[in-house]
Design a protein around this ligand. Sequence first.
Ligand code: HSE
Length: 419
Amino acid sequence: MKKINIGICGWGNVATGLYKAINKNHELIKKQANLDICIKFIGARRDNPKCNPQDVEILRDIFDVTHQDIDVVVELIGGVETARELILSALKNKKHVITANKAVIFHHGDELFNIASKNNIKILYESAVCAGTPIIKVLQEELAGNKISKISGMLNGTTNFILSEMEKGADFDPTLAIAQEKGYAEPDPSFDINGIDAAHKIGILSYIAHGTSLPPQKFYIEGISDITSTDFKNASDLGYAIKHLAVANQINNSIELRAHPALVRKESILASLQGVRNGIEIDTDLVGKIHITGSGAGQESTASGLISDIIHLSNNNIPLADNTDEKASSESLKEFNTILFQNYFSIEVEDDKEVNQKIISEADNNNIKIEEIISNKDKPSNVYFITNLVKESEASKFLKQLKVIEFVKDIKRIRIESE
Ligand code: HSE
């Protein structure tokens, strides 16, 4: 039987989850993967009252872990700059690295993969995107013979949890508090709700599928904090659900990278995914559309992805594919302002008859087509409509013009994701 000695850096929610999962499934992993995973060291500044590591030695300086006689450093400290230094120290000491840290891969991936590749050392990061739901190795290996045009989906469990609870009538703040209690949210939840976490993840997937750089040069990011119960109701009446989508879309040689709320057709697979689930749609040339869904956050799901990396490392002697030499040039990243979207507009008005005429005339002036301005039956102060496919810059200009119409009190716009 093969044996792999690991050192875990960090002793928070994710690290203790890994410790528990390895202990729980130790015999099963031995049987199924012919592998004995041995946790030799834990690097932790302080104990965690929620988990007793029994006889595993704890090193108070996390960097000491990288100097021990182990095969792998599992980086679970989170954050960016210290995590980068820790990974660099592990690489310098010829230790393979496994990390669940999407932020450090997003910000320093090019540098870290370059150094790892030169030293013939591997950095594995399955859990960095969608936790244990398999996607990284699926793209790197199973779909490696495909041209991938578009990857889109909900890559942040917290926002999908909040949006699907709001769709059922819950309020934003208490639902975020539940997501924090359940351990879905980042230590700073603004990373979840402002779309940054999802952006990190799609940036990483685009690096694998499209060869964009890490960090990417251009990215549009918007969060979910402006979405209201009225938007859910209006979207639903129009046949849509509201999701936070992260998208990497290659059209010819141009790649869009974006993370923002979007209306998606109710009957789509992505719309049907509720709660903390992540869902990804991958458009491939050989297999067509592939859907992958599963839990994208939480202790156990993350542990599953980390264990899959440990097993993978023990099974493979070939270096993993890396794109560091063949980056898509920054010019090939599309300017967000040039992307075409249909748009949902929702407007709070004081006098809808007056305002509707003005909206139509502004739309005409901008060559924007509106099929119908719908009056909200339950909320007389609200009207909403959908535009034709419009360039992002034109839609923003139209939004600014609508804002200054007399009797318009508030305007919301959400882009519609085309099929
Ligand atoms: N905060 C993240 C999420 C955790 O909600 O998806 C997993 O990356």
